[in-house]
Design a protein around this ligand. Structure first.
Ligand code: COA
Ligand code: AMP
Length: 632
C-alpha cells in the first residue's frame, strides 16, 4: 500500500535520517556517507551526507549512459528566435560536457576553482555548468539581463579563474551583444580572470582579447575529454547570486550531495514524472529554477529536459508553449504565473490551444511569485490539467510548499502554495517566534535543520548567512516571506518582509535601486516601491525629492535615473517610472512609509498611519502617482 502524504511528511520530520538516506540510495556514490545528518560547527550547525563522495555530473549523465539510456534525449534545445531545434542524447551530452571539461582543465581549472557563466539560453550554458560539476569546479551563472556593474560585483566576490560567455543573446527580434558587457564588467572588477571562453554565435561576432579570450570551438578542438572528479558531498557545486536587502548580492552556495539527493527525489515525488519522460521548465539558467529544473533535477532523474530560447508570447505568438509541449511530448511543465498572464492577455479565450495535441501533458507547475487565483483558474480551465502553485526561493533550491502529486494529489486551493513539502516544518510566527493562530498572518519560518539541497551558507559570508537567516527566530530559518497557514495546513504566501520585489518573477531589491537613484547629483532623498502590475505582478516605481535649488526640468532627471538603473542593474529591473515629489511620507522617527505609498498606488484602502509626521503628504503622493498613471 502506498503511504499517504501525511504519513510521508510525518516520517520526513520524525526520521529525517532514514527518510533522506533512502532517497540517497537512488544515486551513485563513490564513497558512502559517514552520517546522513551531522550536527557540527559549520554556519548552519549541521551538514548532510558528510563523508560521502560523488560527482554530480556523473549522476546526471554518465550513469544513465551506463544504465542503458545513452540514446535517449537528455536535452532538447528549442529556439524559436533562431528557428533551431537540436537534440542531445545522454551519450552526446556526456561527450560534449567531457570535452568542455577538458578545455577548462587545459586552462588550469580544477576542483574548487570558480567559473562564472554569463550566457544566453543555448546548450553551451548547461554544458559549461555540467563541465564545472564534472571537474569539481564551482560555477556561478549570472543572468544575461544584468548589466556590467552587477556582473563585476559577482566576479569580484566569486574570484573566478575562468569566465564562459557567448557573443550575444537574442531577446525576441533583438540581438543583444554580451561580450561588450563582459569586457566592461572585467574592466570594472578588481579581480581579473585568466581565461574567457567565448562561444561565437552566427548572429554576432565578438572581438576577442589577445591572451585572455579563447574561441569556444578552438578551445575544444583536439582536447582530451575529462573524466568525473570525485568531490565531498559537502563541497560546493555552485554559487548563485540573488538580491538581498542591500545592494550587495548574496552568493547562495549549493553543495553536491544533499542537492543531488533532494533534487532527484523531487522529480518523482513533487512533479510526478518518471525517468524517460520529458520535463520542461520555461525559465532561464540564470535563475534558481533554471539551475534546479532545466539542468540538474531532470538529468539526475533520467528525464529529457527542454532548453527553450524564446518567450511565452511573440516567438512567434501566444501559442508557442503549446507547440513545444506537443512537439517534444512534454509531461510536466514549470513556469512563472507572469508567463501565463502574458499568454492570457494575448489569447484570452485560449483559441491557439486548438492548434496542438496536448493529450500527453499532465501537470502545470507555477512558482516564482504569488499566483493570483484568476491566472491559476484560467490555466486549469484552458489546459484541462491540474495547475499546482508551489513556493520556493533561491536559498532553498527546491519547493518549500507544494502539492506533492507523486505522493498523493491533494485538493488544489487557488491562492495557496500548498502544504509544506516533506522535509519542511513551516510555521507562521510573531516577533517572539511564537506560532500565531491559524489564518493569522505571521512571519513564515522553517524549523532547522532544513532538508538536504538547501543552502549551507553564503559564499564568503558565513556571518551574514547567520545574521540574515538564523538569528531573528532562534531555531528557525527566516524565509523573509509573510503569510498564514490555514485550517487545513495550507500555506498562503502574501508578501516579503524585506525590500525584495518580484518583477515578472524576477527577484529584485528596491534598496539597490534606491542606491542608484540616491547617487544622482540632483536627488536629495528617494524611495522605490513595488506597485501592482497586471502582467509582471509588480513593477518598481521611484519617488524622488530634489536637492534645494535644483531648477532643472524634472523630465530630464526622471529619464536620467531610469537610464542609470538600466546601466547599473540591468533592463531586467524594468524600472521605467519615477515621480518627483516635495516630500516623502515618513513616520515621526524618520522611516519612509513605503507600504502606504504602495497601497495608494495599488488603489487599495489604507489607514493613515498613526505615526506619520504629516498626513498632508499623502495627498501629494496621491497626486504624483496620478500624474504617472496610478492606480492603473
Ligand atoms: N538577456 C538580456 N536582456 C534580457 C534578458 C536576457 N536574458 N531577459 C530579459 N531581458 C531584457 C528584456 O529584453 C527587456 O528589455 P527591454 O526593457 O529593453 O525591453 C527587459 O530585460 C525586461 O524583460 P522581461 O521582464 O522578460 O520583460 P518582457 O517584456 O521582455 O517579457 C514576459 C515579459 C512576461 C513575457 C517575460 O517576463 C516572461 O516570460 N516571464 C517569465 C518569467 C520567468 O521565466 N521567470 C523565471 C522564474 S520561474
Ligand atoms: P527567488 O529567490 O528568485 O526564487 O524568489 C523567491 C521569492 O519569490 C520568495 O521569497 C517569494 O517571495 C516569491 N515566491 C516564489 N514562489 C512563490 C509562490 N508560489 N507564491 C508566492 N510567492 C512566491
Amino acid at each position: 500500500m502506498t503511504a499517504s502524504f501525511d504519513e510521508v511528511h510525518n516520517r520526513s520530520l520524525t526520521d529525517p535520517e532514514g527518510f533522506w538516506s533512502e532517497a540517497a540510495e537512488e544515486l551513485s556514490w563513490s564513497r558512502r556517507w559517514d552520517s546522513v545528518l551531522e550536527r557540527c560547527d559549520v554556519p548552519s550547525g549541521y551538514r548532510w551526507f558528510a563523508g560521502g563522495r560523488l560527482n554530480t555530473c556523473y549522476n546526471c549523465l554518465d550513469v544513465h549512459v551506463e544504465n542503458g539510456r545513452g540514446d535517449q534525449a537528455a536535452l532538447i534545445y528549442d529556439s524559436p528566435v533562431t528557428d533551431t531545434t537540436r537534440r542531445f542524447s545522454f551519450r552526446e551530452l556526456r561527450d560534449e560536457v567531457a570535452t568542455f571539461a577538458g578545455a577548462l582543465a587545459a586552462q588550469g581549472v580544477g576542483r574548487g576553482d570558480r567559473v562564472v557563466v554569463y550566457m544566453p539560453m543555448i546548450p553551451e550554458a548547461p554544458i559549461a555548468m555540467l563541465a564545472c560539476a564534472r571537474l569539481g569546479a564551482v560555477h556561478s551563472v549570472v543572468f544575461g539581463g544584468f548589466a556590467a556593474p552587477e556582473l563585476a560585483v559577482r566576479i569580484d566576490d566569486a574570484q573566478p579563474k575562468a569566465i564562459v560567455t557567448a557573443s550575444c543573446g537574442i531577446e525576441g527580434q533583438r540581438v543583444i551583444p554580451y561580450k561588450p558587457l563582459l569586457d566592461e564588467a572585467i574592466r570594472l572588477a578588481t579581480h581579473k580572470p585568466s581565461t574567457c571562453f567565448v562561444l561565437q554565435r552566427p548572429q554576432e561576432t565578438a572581438s576577442l582579447v589577445e591572451g585572455r579570450d579563447l574561441d569556444w570551438s578552438e578551445a575544444i578542438a583536439g582536447v582530451e575529454p575529462h573524466d568525473c572528479v570525485d568531490v565531498e558531498a559537502t563541497d560546493p557545486l555552485y554559487i548563485l547570486y540573488t538580491s538581498g536587502t542591500t545592494g550587495e548580492p548574496k552568493g547562495v552556495v549549493r553543495d553536491n550531495g544533499g542537492h543531488a539527493v533532494a533534487l532527484k527525489w523531487t522529480m518523482r515525488n513533487i512533479y510526478g514524472v518518471e525517468p524517460g519522460e520529458t520535463y520542461w521548465a520555461a525559465s532561464d539558467v540564470g535563475w534558481v529554477v533554471g539551475h534546479s529544473y532545466i539542468v540538474y533535477a531532470p538529468l539526475l532523474n533520467g528525464n529529457t529536459t527542454i532548453l527553450y530560447e524564446g518567450k511565452p508570447v511573440g516567438t512567434p505568438d501566444a501559442g508557442a508553449f503549446w507547440r513545444v509541449i506537443e512537439q517534444h511530448r512534454v509531461s510536466a511543465m514549470f513556469t512563472a504565473p507572469t508567463a501565463f498572464r502574458a499568454i492570457k492577455r494575448e489569447d484570452p479565450n485560449g483559441e491557439l490551444l486548438s492548434r496542438n495535441d496536448l493529450s500527453e501533458f499532465r501537470t502545470l507547475f507555477l512558482a516564482g511569485e504569488r499566483c493570483d487565483p484568476a491566472t491559476l483558474e484560467w490555466a486549469r480551465d484552458k489546459l484541462g490539467v491540474p495547475v499546482i502553485d508551489h513556493w520556493w526561493q533561491t536559498e532553498t533550491g527546491w519547493a518549500i510548499c507544494a502539492n506533492c502529486i507523486g505522493i498523493e494529489m491533494l485538493p488544489v486551493k487557488a491562492g495557496s502554495a500548498g502544504r509544506p513539502a516533506p522535509g519542511w516544518d513551516i510555521r507562521a510566527v510573531d516577533e517572539e517566534t511564537k506560532e500565531v493562530a491559524r489564518n493569522e498572518t505571521g512571519a513564515l519560518v522553517a524549523k532547522l535543520p532544513l532538508p538536504p539541497g538547501t543552502f549551507p551558507t553564503l559564499w564568503n559570508a558565513d556571518r551574514r548567512f547567520v545574521e540574515t537567516y538564523l538569528t531573528q527566530y532562534p531555531g528557525y530559518y527566516k524565509t523573509a516571506d509573510a503569510g498564514h497557514v490555514d485550517a487545513d495546513g495550507y500555506v498562503h504566501i502574501m508578501a516579503r518582509t524585506d525590500d525584495i520585489i518580484n518583477v515578472a518573477a524576477h527577484r529584485l531589491s528596491t534598496g539597490e535601486m534606491e542606491e542608484v537613484l540616491a547617487a544622482h547629483p540632483d536627488v536629495a532623498e528617494c524611495a522605490v516601491v513595488g506597485v501592482a502590475d497586471d502582467l509582471k505582478g509588480e513593477v518598481p516605481v521611484g519617488f524622488m525629492v530634489l536637492k534645494a535649488g535644483v531648477a532643472r526640468e524634472t523630465g530630464g532627471i526622471v529619464s536620467e535615473v531610469v537610464s542609470a538603473v538600466r546601466e547599473k542593474i540591468g533592463p531586467i529591473a524594468c524600472f521605467r517610472q519615477a515621480a518627483i515629489v516635495e516630500r516623502l511620507p515618513k513616520t515621526r522617527s524618520g522611516k519612509i512609509l513605503r507600504g502606504t505609498i504602495k497601497k495608494i498606488a495599488d488603489g487599495e484602502e489604507y489607514k493613515v498611519p498613526a505615526t506619520i509626521d504629516d498626513p498632508a503628504i499623502l495627498d501629494e503622493i496621491t497626486a504624483a502617482l496620478r500624474g504617472i498613471g496610478y492606480p492603473g
